[in-house]
Design a protein around this ligand. Structure first.
Ligand SMILES: *Cc1c(COP(=O)(O)O)cnc(C)c1O
Length: 403
């Protein structure tokens, strides 16, 4: 019999420009490897308090109920639905991509009745259709939508959609997994009721945590539930005791201690840079990447006014094989870009410029690699044009201007 040999896992070095995870900041990786301490240690409690405050900064909110769920973005999504939906309730779900579809599935699993308002993939959520749905379903008390739809690269208008929902006495749940840190988001000023995000997109920490924030109306809704939340682990009324004030913290589950060191460090980096500066950095690098892609003759799926800077969805050029290109980018250039998801599989590529991946060296690496691979596959490409175009675009908008 053969004996199998095992060795430590040493991952290949990659440049991550897909839809997440993004490149993790070296300082965040260093934080991850610091010694583990007890989760009820006072030093750890202090760090949890700071993490909450930094999350409030990143979300632009004063909501006391702001904490990271100990599981990935999908769990943050589930937490919002299980806490705010009661069996039999109608929930309006705006679907313009994969993640809106998952929200609708979550409503069902929480015993609710989803009323789906569909928009074409590649288009933002249409405010008029939401308004119509709220008129047609006056008993609906909850509206859910995605701010930054990662499957299509589309930005929807959180402020306007929230305003419409509130006019009809409905609260909102907003998916901001790809949004936070990469584009403008104002939880308090826009009066968002419940929001969840993730760590591995524009925050550039490893995956595995999902920051969630509930505003006053959502807390009131939670406290006046007729039935207990069906999930024990995600029940906010219990989790709050664990993330509550230092001395009164009580055991709920064991926090992923080192992952929280990493999140704390990633949020600290965002705070040091400044939130608005981070938004501007993503916008600027998007302009550079866009100029380069246009020079390669590659088209965007989404109209300019609805594009996410942090997630660029591109039509795969004719006669070019999707898997061949992505495979060669990975094996020859150590570069990961994203495939199409759901209905867009095989039709688009998704190039992420998220968090630590949103820097000029990544833009140039990506354009040079695409030029080489596409050129070898016979695409008509002018050598050097993409990198030149990106260079000019980045020079026109130096970062200092935004400060
Ligand atoms: C990535 C993502 C999620 C899911 O996050 P996971 O950490 O993969 O569970 C949810 N919504 C959107 C918009 C996302 O981009």
């Amino acid at each position: 019999m053969m004996t199998r040999q095992f060795t430590s896992f040493d991952p290949p070095r990659r440049t991550l420009m897909g839809p997440g995870p993004s490149d993790v900041y070296p300082r965040v990786l260093a934080a991850l490897s610091r010694p583990t301490i007890g989760h009820l240690d006072p030093a750890f409690s202090d760090m949890m308090e700071e993490t909450k405050a930094l999350l409030q900064y990143a979300l632009r909110t004063g909501n006391p109920l702001t904490l990271p769920i100990s599981a990935p973005g999908s769990a943050g999504m589930e937490a919002c639905f299980v806490n705010l939906v009661e069996p039999g309730e109608e929930v309006i779900v705006c679907v313009n991509g994969v993640f809106g579809g998952r929200m609708s599935e979550n409503v069902l699993r929480a015993g609710g009745v989803p009323v789906v308002v569909e928009d074409a993939w590649g288009m933002p959520v249409d405010p008029q259709r939401l308004e119509d749905a709220l008129r047609a379903h006056p008993s609906a008390r909850l509206v859910a939508f995605v701010q930054a739809e990662t499957s299509t690269g589309v930005l929807s208008d959180v402020r306007l959609l929230t305003e419409i929902a509130h006019r009809h006495d409905a609260l909102v749940i907003v998916d901001a997994v790809t949004a936070v840190g990469g584009c403008a988001l104002e939880v308090d000023a826009w009066e968002v009721d419940a929001i969840y995000t993730g760590t591995q997109k524009c925050l550039s920490a490893p995956p595995g945590l999902s920051p969630v924030s509930f505003g006053p109306r959502a807390v009131e809704r939670l406290q006046s539930r007729r039935r207990p939340v069906q999930s024990w682990f995600l029940d906010h009324t219990l989790v709050m005791g664990y993330w509550g004030d230092g001395a009164r913290r009580s055991y709920h589950h064991t926090a992923p201690i080192n992952s929280l060191y990493a999140l704390h460090e990633a949020l600290l980096l965002l705070w040091e840079e400044g939130l608005e500066q981070a938004w501007e950095r993503h916008a600027r690098l998007h302009r550079g990447l866009r100029a380069g892609l246009e020079a390669l003759g590659i088209e965007f799926l989404v109209a300019p006014e609805h594009r996410l800077p942090q997630l660029n969805t591109l039509r795969i050029p004719e006669k070019i094989d999707d898997a061949t290109v992505r495979g060669r980018l990975l094996s020859e250039h150590g570069l990961e870009i994203g495939a199409g998801l759901g209905a867009l599989a095989g039709k688009v590529w998704r190039i992420g410029l998220m968090g630590h991946s949103a820097r000029s060296e990544n833009v140039f690496t990506c354009l040079a690699a695409l030029e080489q691979v596409l050129g070898e596959l016979g695409a008509p490409i002018e050598p050097g044009a993409a990198v030149d175009a990106a260079g000019s675009a980045l020079q026109e908008t130096p970062l200092a201007q935004s400060a």
